[in-house]
Write a protein that binds this ligand. Structure first.
Ligand code: AMP
Length: 213
């Protein structure tokens, strides 16, 4: 399952729930890159500069990363892609990879949310570095203030969620990622979901779609 949608559309929130309920791994390329940044690997050091200004990491670097991840045993029965593909070139690379694996049943869900809403969602977003739970200081704050209500760790505000970087990320989304929607629409197995709703009804719709496959 590929989850498409602008930054802040709710892909990560929904993917984490699906992962827990359907035992399908969430593959968040943003999380993988942030882990590389945290570990100061060569990939992390290169990616950090790009992420900090809201750009996209090179398609060929992302291809290696995604190929390695989907070859892991936990992906054998399916996986949820969150944040990949972000360009039509990445979509083509993914298609080649899946064809090589003989992996047929790909389907795509676009979570659509108006741009002014995603902007507010991103700027208010806080996440737990330990358990990954995502909050929003405006819409869904932690009951424990700046601590995670699940595990107590201190919540973090991603450096690329600061207002200055968000506009650039949204522009990159419009220019480079939105065309991916048309790419998959033309191929079929494409679903559009209204993401301008509470988490629960969106989740219920995603579950219905997932069960069709
Ligand atoms: P995300 O957590 O999905 O919002 O991703 C955070 C940042 O990681 C993005 O703004 C990009 O700089 C980088 N990134 C994540 N996924 C990709 C991708 N598929 N292609 C290129 N860059 C990516």
């Amino acid at each position: 399952m590929i989850l498409l949608g602008a930054p802040g559309a709710g892909k990560g929130t929904q993917a984490k729930r699906l992962e827990a309920d359907f035992a399908l791994p969430q593959i968040s390329t943003g999380d993988i890159l942030r882990a590389a940044v945290g570990n100061q690997t060569p990939l992390g050091l290169a990616a950090k500069q790009i992420m900090d200004i809201g750009g996209l990491v090179d398609d060929s670097i992302m291809a290696g990363l995604i190929e390695e991840r989907i070859a892991e045993p936990d992906c054998a029965y399916g996986f949820i892609l969150d944040g990949y593909p972000r360009t039509t070139r990445q979509a083509e690379i993914l298609c080649e990879l899946l064809n090589r694996q003989g992996d047929g049943d790909l389907f795509v869900v676009n979570i659509h949310v108006p741009e002014d809403t995603v902007r507010r969602r991103i700027i208010g977003r806080r996440s737990c570095p330990s358990c990954g739970r995502i909050y929003n200081i405006y819409f869904e704050p932690s009951r424990d203030g700046n601590a995670c209500q699940n595990c107590g760790d201190t919540l973090v505000h991603r450096s690329d969620d600061q207002a200055e970087v968000v506009d650039r990320r949204l522009a990159v989304y419009r220019e480079q990622t939105e065309p991916v929607i048309a790419y998959y629409q033309a191929q079929g197995h494409f679903y559009q979901v209204d993401g301008f709703r509470a988490i629960e009804p969106i989740y219920a719709e995603l579950c219905r779609i997932l069960q069709l496959h």
